[in-house]
Structure formats: structure tokens, C-alpha cells
Design a protein around this ligand. Structure first.
Ligand SMILES: [Fe+2]
Length: 429
């Protein structure tokens, strides 16, 4: 578990990032229109401090609730998504006071010395906040707000170009999931268990925007045979003809909305904000398929061992050291995607690039518990979502580096286009 000093830094840093991501927004923007996908930001920042208050200050320290009705305002499990715009939420100043006071009380607790259980819940709340700060970022994209202005964010690499071709991954017994030597992992990563893999070939790089144009221009959105039944139904309902933030200008060139600006497509950057149905149909058009999550993890974590998959796994594609020192496109680096050929030094042992960072990668796998699954103390993290969501791997440019590793599983319903997801394809055998 992290030291008290690191925990204190992360608690402060996570809250600062939250505040920076909403600081420039008007009161109206802080609520935004009611949508099925994203949350009202004024609710969401309160929710995230409420989570910390509930698990650190109330659950462990037995403090009284901060205010009488706080659970009725911010409990994401109890309050239906659509109702969150109509709650008697505290105003902006009251909300900011609340999230700062909770942070300060947690920092005080850290100074007094922590039990392992306290450290666990403080860390859990930091990671929960990290997931929400990524959501604050794509909420700003959803609503067409300006890009956030964050201090202390490293610029992204310029250039990188594209990388073509596949790498061959040998088959064999693969241990899917986190090893028991990890100091902190989420319940859905536990524990490593054997899965038999057939040999497969996976793309070295993410699908680029220019590759995706090929699918769009070939009428891919209108060709029923490329879509699953459920995917076609989604496409018909949404009348989708192209990725959600794309448009064709009068000259016939495609543009992409990047927060509040329209920009020409960036041909060597990955396609982003496509849902699972779109990813699946693209693969079908390209004569390819999505990787399973086991295939994805093997390509990221393993290497060759005398012609088969190595038994040992790396924590990250490039090795065991974390990405904090910039091996991957994370932490709002460049405030957008990097080209798919960037970060050549951080390839996996098999030669796959950017498996961590840039965009989340859809896999073909349904989100399911691993054998022997036991829910974490925060029981609603994974369990309610099994079987209804698809697994994504790898993290996006707005994911915190401290959150990730090769075994990390994200999960969304297949219709979500607002999340920062793209894809990498596998050859059909
Ligand atoms: Fe939450």
C-alpha cells in the first residue's frame, strides 16, 4: 500500500484536478442538459466527495453525516440517473465548500497515522475520483464545452505517424487477471486464472481516423450485413451514419468536434468516441474482429518463451515500472489523442504500441466475474454490471496513470459513444 505521504499527495491532487475541470464553467454549464449518458457536473463533484465521506469519514471514523440529507443527494446507487437534475442540490459555493472540507478532514486523518484499512479506503476514494475526473472530461466533450485548462499537464508528443501490420501471438495457457502479489487491485481483476488461447494475430496499432473514414465512405453505416442484430437496431434508432462527433463539410472533407471546435480529421490519430457496435461493424467491414479481453491482456503482458506464451506477465506493456514518468499517453497529456505511432519505446514485448493510454480499446468480451469472485467492500463497483457491459482495456489520454495496469478492466454498455474508446483489431483465422 502507498505511503501516507503519497496518499496525502494523491488526495490533494485528485481534488485539485476535479476543481480545475469545473472551475471555468458557468452555473448553467455545471448542470447541463439532462442526458442518458453523463451526469450533471454539480451533482457529480458532490457525489465524488460524498463517496470519500461515506467510506473514509463515516464508515471508518464513525463521523456523523456532513449534512442531514447527504445520502439522498449523492448516492449513485439509490438515485436514478434521470433524477439527478431535479435534486435540491447545494449551490456551486456550497458544493465546493463541501468537497474541500471533506478533503481536509481526510488529510487530517492521514496525518494522525493510518491503519491498513483506512489507507485502503482512502486509496479507493482517490481511484474513484480519478474515474470521475475522466468522466468530467468527456462530459465537457459531450456538451461541446471548451477544453479544460489544466496546469502541470505534460504536453503530448508531436508526430509519431502510423504503424502498420500485425504481430503473431502464440497460443497456450494464459493466466488472465491480477496476481496475488499486487498490493491493490479491484475485485473484478481477482485473481489470475488459466485460460486457453489459440494463436492469433493482433494489430500493432490502434485503428486510425483515416482507416475509419474508409468504412464510413464505403457506406459501412448503411450496410446491414456488417452489423449484429442489436447493433443494427441501435444504428436504426440513432440514425447513425458516422461517428458521433464527425461531420462532413461542404467541400466533402470530414471534420471532428474537439470540445468546442471543429477540426479536420487527424489521419494518424486513433478513432475515438465510437461505441462497441460501431467497433464491431468496422471490424466486419475490414475482415477483422475485436480481441477478447484475454487476447488483449496476453498481447500486452506476455512475451515469447521458446515459441509459446511466456508464463510471466508484465504489469505494463513496457515492463513492471508504472507509467508515471510518461511512457504512455495518459493524464491529459496534450489534451487529446496522440498519433498511433507515438511512444515507440513503450511497446509490449510482442511489439504492440500504446496498449496503455491514448484511447480505451473495446474488446469482444462481455464483462463477467472471474472464477471465485468476491465483491470488494464497495459492493456496487462491479457486481451490478456483470453480463450487461462490454470490457474495455488500456486507458485513455484522460485516465490517471496511477490507476492503470495491464489487468485493469473497464466496462460500458455497447451503445456508449461518449466514452473515450477506440479499437485495435485481430485477424480472423
Ligand atoms: Fe461514483
Amino acid at each position: 500500500m502507498e505511503s501516507a505521504k503519497t496518499l496525502a499527495e494523491w488526495v490533494s491532487d485528485a481534488r485539485q484536478r476535479t476543481m480545475d475541470l469545473v472551475a471555468d464553467l458557468t452555473d448553467d454549464q455545471l448542470m447541463g442538459p439532462s442526458l442518458d449518458t453523463v451526469n450533471p457536473l454539480r451533482w457529480e463533484i458532490g457525489h465524488m466527495a460524498w463517496f470519500q465521506e461515506k467510506w473514509v469519514l463515516r464508515h471508518l471514523e464513525k463521523q456523523a453525516p456532513y449534512r442531514k440529507n447527504v445520502d439522498a443527494l449523492y448516492d449513485s446507487i439509490a438515485i436514478p440517473h434521470d433524477d439527478r437534475w431535479d435534486l435540491p442540490l447545494p449551490n456551486r459555493e456550497e458544493t465546493l465548500t463541501y468537497i474541500c472540507e471533506v478533503r481536509d478532514q481526510v488529510l487530517e486523518r492521514i496525518e494522525q497515522g493510518l491503519s491498513e484499512e483506512e489507507a485502503y479506503h482512502i486509496l479507493y476514494a482517490v481511484f474513484h475520483e480519478d474515474m470521475h475526473t475522466e468522466a468530467f472530461t468527456y462530459t465537457r466533450q459531450t456538451h461541446g464545452y471548451p477544453p479544460p485548462e489544466l496546469t502541470g499537464v505534460a504536453p503530448g508528443p508531436s508526430g509519431g505517424g502510423r504503424v502498420d501490420g500485425d504481430v503473431e501471438i502464440p497460443g497456450g495457457d494464459f493466466l488472465l487477471g491480477a496476481g496475488q502479489d499486487e498490493s491493490f487491485v479491484f475485485d473484478n481483476e481477482k485473481w489470475a486464472h488459466p485460460v486457453a488461447l489459440e494463436p492469433f494475430s493482433i494489430a500493432r496499432a490502434l485503428v486510425t481516423q483515416s482507416e475509419f473514414v474508409g468504412f464510413v465512405e464505403d457506406g459501412g453505416y448503411g450496410r446491414k450485413e456488417l452489423w449484429s442484430e442489436e447493433g443494427w437496431q441501435w444504428r436504426e434508432t440513432e440514425r447513425a451514419d458516422h461517428p458521433v462527433y464527425w461531420r462532413k463539410e461542404s467541400g466533402g472533407k470530414w471534420q471532428r468536434r474537439d470540445f468546442d471546435r471543429w477540426v479536420p480529421l487527424e489521419s494518424d490519430r486513433p478513432v475515438i468516441h465510437v461505441n462497441w457496435f460501431e467497433a464491431e461493424a468496422y471490424c466486419e467491414w475490414a475482415g477483422r474482429r475485436l480481441p477478447t479481453e484475454a487476447e488483449w491482456e496476453a498481447a500486452a503482458a506476455c512475451g515469447h518463451d521458446r515459441g509459446s506464451l511466456s508464463k510471466s506477465k508484465r504489469r505494463f506493456p513496457w515492463g513492471d515500472e508504472g507509467p508515471e514518468s510518461g511512457q504512455a499517453h495518459l493524464d491529459w497529456r496534450g489534451m487529446g489523442c496522440a498519433e498511433v505511432g507515438a511512444y515507440p519505446e513503450a511497446e509490449s514485448a510482442f511489439g504492440c504500441r500504446q496498449m496503455i493510454g491514448n484511447v480505451w480499446e473495446w474488446t469482444s468480451s462481455v464483462f463477467l466475474p472471474y472464477p471465485g469472485f468476491i465483491a470488494d467492500p464497495y459492493e456496487e463497483y462491479s457486481e451490478p454490471w456483470f453480463e450487461t457491459r462490454k470490457v474495455l482495456r488500456g486507458g485513455s489520454w484522460a485516465t490517471r496513470s496511477r490507476l492503470l495496469r495491464n489487468t485493469w478492466r473497464n466496462y460500458f454498455t455497447p451503445d456508449r459513444r461518449d466514452v473515450m474508446a477506440g479499437l485495435r483489431t485481430v485477424a480472423k483465422s
